[in-house]
Design a protein around this ligand. Structure first.
Ligand code: FMN
Length: 167
């Protein structure tokens, strides 16, 4: 296992557009018995309810969603580049195979929250809200046509960033 140090949020220098949108991240949830991870490139960082938060968008069909829903926490793991394994982890479902082993990744834990040990920056998030988006909420109906024709909607999870870990 690698050694991670707590990192103060005030010292963080990152561009969310490149970090999330171009390098991508892994959303991991579960417990010490069973966990799952998936690639995500939609989401953001900000302030909500007076707290530092991360928000992520997870479709109904994702196996990882079951783990997020069953847990009080989830983690976001970043790599500092677009790691080649993130294509695999974003294409294959953990329902079909043990993806974490398949990617030659290992689980590490902050208390009971799993994260991917091979990353270099990790956000531990405590779930604050879960909002399933529905077609009637969209101002621009084209988005529904483009992204939700099959009804596989996103749930927006807002998580308080309770710990930042850096390797
Ligand atoms: C670059 C990339 C970004 C992705 N971003 C998201 C996302 O933000 N939300 C989402 O629900 N799925 C996203 N996916 C798709 C999931 O990662 C993919 O369906 C994955 O296989 C789900 O795994 P699971 O069923 O084990 O949870 C993305 C896939 C890739 C390749």
């Amino acid at each position: 296992m690698h050694t991670f140090q707590p990192y103060p949020a005030d010292m963080l220098e990152l561009n969310p557009f490149t970090k999330i949108g171009k390098e991508w991240m892994l959303i991991t949830a579960g417990n010490k018995e069973k966990a799952n991870t998936m690639t995500a490139s939609w989401g953001g960082l900000g302030i909500m309810w007076g707290k530092n938060v991360a928000y992520v968008f997870v479709r109904d069909s994702r196996y990882t969603k079951e783990f997020i829903d069953a847990s009080d926490t989830f983690s976001l793991t970043f790599f500092g580049e677009q790691h080649p394994a993130l294509k695999y982890l974003g294409t294959v479902s953990g329902r079909v195979e043990d993806k974490i082993a398949g990617a030659r990744f290992n689980l590490n834990y902050s208390d009971d929250t799993p994260f991917i040990d091979e990353g270099n920056l990790v956000f531990i998030c405590k779930k604050l809200s879960a909002t399933r988006m529905t077609a009637d909420q969209f101002i621009d109906p084209k988005l529904v046509d483009m992204f939700y024709k099959d009804g596989d909607m996103h749930t927006m999870y807002v998580g308080e960033i309770t710990q930042i870990l850096a390797r």
